[in-house]
Ligand binder design. Structure first.
Ligand code: FES
Ligand SMILES: [Fe+2]
Length: 405
């Protein structure tokens, strides 16, 4: 599975994080790496350790081109070449020892305010240009969380419509110290594969068959993403036992605020654990926000969920389809073929359309009063960031300013 996942670009950081620093240590797919932005503005991703005597490059410093080790000054560019060895270059220049030194390096690209890395075999495919990345008049924020469990149980949550009713709706009722009423029940669920993943559609009590949740649905986006129309959630494997949750959330400004052009896309890390034990909620994990509730499910399944002890039911058809598709993809890469949803054609990679239930609202916008009254998106405008706990005050201020609330 590691070999399969390496064939996809992974979002690992936000561009705006590098407004205040030039180096960030990252761990991705089991490798310790150093992400940096040099003085000319080029991003690079290299090994965490210097190939001289293994000093930590997260404590290095960047130059016009590349990152320099703080121990003896060896300098490396974004392609992994050693371009300076200050003492060797003076003492023994004819040896050109630096030409024999390479540091592990991986391609990085920026898109939609995110920094993406590719750790797979060449030639690298394209970083997907999903349609929402090109939408206008939106306030975008990027949110991270480190979740201490395997990425795949997180991704299985991306094709699990039923949990919405219980984990987010009904559990929230109980967390609010009420015993009811519970939310409308799921009556039907459908799953359909398409080029970039699976669509899941749900029909709940009281819902008409013309409801966009039934006609359009939501997207389990390949290979490690949930896409709900206004936000993406990537489950990026840090290693087998830890996942970096990366959210890219788009909130449409009211029509009164158009044209709105966002200066920079803010990024923040949210906490996952309660600082003080909260016995009512089981104690350890924050449960107040939608994705924090998901995290409770994921870590609760164990560091790596033991599938031999599961009892799948008819609500789990999507889980089974997803597992089967990954098994088929493992066979595909063994045959030397691309797995699902690899994009190589630049003509295709232009604002790729995905199923979006609320596209008209998100693209064309609504007046403020209509947005606030919207049954699904309305509460996004009411105050706090709904998906994750811990939005910093300065991001909240920028959000309110953008929305005019
Ligand atoms: S350990 Fe990096 S230059 Fe010596
Ligand atoms: Fe969820």
């Amino acid at each position: 599975m590691g070999g399969l996942l390496r064939r996809y670009w992974m979002p690992i950081a936000a561009v705006s994080e590098f407004d205040s620093k030039s180096i960030k240590p990252v761990r991705l797919l089991g490798e310790n790496l150093t992400l940096y932005k040099d003085l000319s503005g080029t991003f690079g991703l290299v090994d965490r350790h210097c190939p001289h005597r293994r000093a930590d490059l997260a404590y290095g410093f960047v130059e016009q081109c590349g990152i320099r080790c703080n121990y003896h000054g060896w300098l490396f560019d974004q392609d992994g070449h050693c371009t300076e060895q200050p003492y060797e270059d003076v003492a023994n220049p004819q040896a050109r020892y630096k030409d024999k030194i390479r540091i592990t390096s991986y391609p990085v690209e920026t898109r939609a305010g995110l920094i993406w890395a590719y750790l797979g075999p060449e030639p690298a495919p394209l970083v997907p240009d999903w349609e929402p990345f090109t939408w206008k008049n939106g306030f975008v924020e990027i949110v991270f969380a480190e979740v201490p469990c395997n990425w795949f149980q997180c991704q299985e949550n991306s094709i699990d419509p039923l949990h919405f009713e219980w984990m987010h709706m009904n559990w929230s009722v109980r967390l609010g110290d009420k015993v009811g009423p519970y939310s409308p029940r799921h009556l039907r669920m459908e799953f359909e594969e398409f080029d970039y993943g699976f669509v899941y559609r749900r029909l709940r009590e009281g819902m008409s068959e013309s409801d966009p949740m039934w006609t359009t649905g939501r997207v389990c986006l390949w290979p490690n993403t949930l896409f709900t129309g206004d936000h993406f959630e990537w489950r990026v494997p840090i290693d087998d036992l830890n996942t970096l949750s990366v959210t890219w959330a788009f909130t449409r400004v009211p029509k009164e605020r158009e044209p709105y052009v966002q200066g920079k896309i803010p990024a923040w890390h949210g906490p996952v654990r309660n600082e003080a034990r909260d016995d009512r909620n089981g104690g350890e994990w924050i449960s107040s926000h939608i994705m924090n509730q998901d995290f409770v499910a994921w870590v609760g399944q164990g560091v790596v969920a033991d599938r031999t002890k599961e009892h799948l039911g008819s609500s789990d058809r999507g889980i089974i389809l997803q597992r089967q598709r990954f098994l088929n993809d493992l066979e595909a890469i063994a045959r030397g073929e691309d797995p699902k949803a690899i994009i190589r054609d630049p003509a295709i990679n232009r604002s790729i359309q995905l199923p979006v239930a609320e596209r008209k609202l998100l693209v064309d916008g609504l007046m403020r009063a209509e947005l606030l009254a919207h049954p699904i998106l309305g509460h996004h405008y009411a105050g706090d960031y709904v998906f994750q706990a811990g939005r910093p005050a300065e991001v909240a201020t920028a959000f309110k300013e953008a929305m005019g609330i």
